[in-house]
Design a protein around this ligand. Structure first.
Ligand code: SAH
Length: 450
């Protein structure tokens, strides 16, 4: 741990970062919205009539019969023509939901510091890739890159590259604009990426549709509000056993969808429900299971770490599937393609799917993670540097949105995958009887101030 700069020195290095914009709030109450300037949602459809996506689904359901909630969610969010995210999503104040990086620059800065502290704790490898899954508007990576730039002297001998996994062509354009000023090359010949560019600070950035396309190597993975957007299967306990919840056309009301139960058990009910399950309603996200296995395999093989931040539970919640439109809850079956659909992340499932390939830490509450990362100190610095009352109020308001247990402080959690050896004290490898403590992992422990 000797070479790990203290939180103070990392902060000292980032003191120069200018205070910056941001508006309160996500999948969080809209009341705290203050400033303007954020991007809106994909163009809305003709009011009243069925959306293009609904017409597509009605044709499909009439032809094939009911579909799983997972299939419905995949169509509604990422259908290549009319999916909600494909058309640009609605991240931002004038859209449907706002996420933590959009609320405060501090959020991304602290995450940037987390990666730096892990890089130092693992002996400053000569190169690392930062791989973000579902980067939205690119704000989080932008804030992290600013921290990397501020710490350039520390990173000067390290070959850093950015790898963004994004299915939405619209959002990848937004990210390119934010991160490179729009100077990108499509379909580069030398890479599996579909686009590449260079950040404003000179770091290469690559875009992919799938994590499998990202080249191997020592990597830091980041998934903020990504897993909650992946399609879930829903199951209901009945007197006759477990049944899968499906989406069907409502025969009573034209152009309307409804939930139905599978008439018998299905391969999914057989595979996904554990014999010891006690709940009456269960949600399972196999796509999250596949991705977390890939991350665990890659970290086991090449080293690095993954940080997952999302709202979630540890295998206890039941029905969490919901829609957001215009910062309000939205009926998940209404106007598909025009609203965000989401479900809480089941961290116990993610942990299980790592199959012990990596160590896992968390989930811990967002307010605890950010506190351990030194959010209070960073807030004080920004408050001291801000010139007017309005920006000070904005800073305090956004801090409250991130940290207040009633707002985002308690329901959002941080969860990490780390190579097993990261949690072994270096001495222990050679002297198993060593009593010295395991080197702390920032955020999950308080950083050492030395
Ligand atoms: N991380 C951002 C955005 C969250 S919204 C933030 O916190 O602000 C979810 C993001 O995941 C969007 O960028 C969406 O286009 C992307 N996404 C959704 N499903 C995906 C998939 N299957 N593969 C890759 N990206 C996906």
């Amino acid at each position: 741990m000797a070479s790990l700069p203290s939180r103070f020195s990392l902060f000292a290095a980032t003191l120069g970062l200018a205070g910056r914009r941001r508006l309160p709030c996500h999948h969080a109450p809209a009341a705290a919205h203050t400033s303007s300037g954020s991007r809106g949602r994909a163009e809305t459809e003709k009011p009243g009539g069925p959306t293009t996506m609904l017409r597509h689904l009605l044709l499909k359901l009439r032809a094939t019969g009911p579909v799983t909630v997972a299939e419905y969610m995949r169509e509604a969010l990422t259908n290549p023509g009319q999916g909600y995210y494909t058309r640009g999503g609605g991240i931002g104040e004038s859209g449907d939901f706002v996420t933590s990086p959009e609320i405060s620059q501090i959020f991304g800065e602290l995450i940037g510091i987390w990666y730096i502290s892990e890089w130092i704790a693992t002996g400053k490898p000569k190169a690392f890739q930062l791989v973000e899954l579902g980067p939205g508007r690119g704000t989080l990576t932008d804030d992290i890159l600013r921290v990397f730039h501020q710490l350039a002297s520390l990173l000067s001998k390290c070959d850093v590259s950015i790898h963004l996994v994004e299915v939405s062509p619209k959002l990848s354009e937004t990210q390119a604009l934010m991160l490179t000023g729009g100077k990108v090359q499509s379909n580069p010949e030398d890479k599996s990426a579909y686009m590449k560019g260079v950040s404003k600070t000179g770091i290469p950035i690559f875009w992919y549709r799938d994590i499998q396309d990202v080249p191997p190597g020592y990597s830091f993975y980041l998934a903020h509000e990504f897993f909650d957007a992946l399609p879930i299967h829903k199951f209901q306990r009945t007197e006759k056993g477990w049944r899968e919840v499906l989406v069907d056309v409502d025969p009573e009301v034209p152009d309307q969808l409804r939930f139905v139960l599978s008439p018998s058990s299905t391969p999914a009910t057989e595979n996904f429900i554990q014999p010891e399950e006690r709940r009456d309603h269960v949600e399972v996200c196999p796509e999250a299971g596949v991705i977390i296995q890939r991350l665990a395999c890659r970290i086991e093989k090449d080293g690095g770490a993954a940080l997952v931040a999302d709202y979630g539970h540890d295998g206890t919640k039941t029905d969490t599937f919901r829609g957001f439109r215009n910062h309000k809850l939205h009926d998940v079956l209404k106007a598909p393609g025009t609203a965000d659909l989401t479900a809480d992340v089941d961290y116990s499932y993610l942990r299980k799917m790592t199959q012990g390939r990596t160590a896992t830490l968390g989930p811990i509450k967002q307010r605890e993670f950010l506190k351990n990362m030194g959010i209070d100190l960073r807030l004080q610095v920004l408050l001291q540097n801000s010139r007017d009352t309005q920006s000070r109020e904005q800073l305090l308001q956004s801090y409250d949105m991130l940290m207040n247990p009633e707002k985002m402080g308690d329901c959002f959690n941080f969860f990490a995958l780390l190579p097993h050896h990261r949690l072994l004290h270096p001495d222990k490898k050679h002297k198993p009887e060593s009593k010295s403590p395991v080197p702390p992992v920032a955020g999950f422990d308080e950083l050492l101030l030395k």
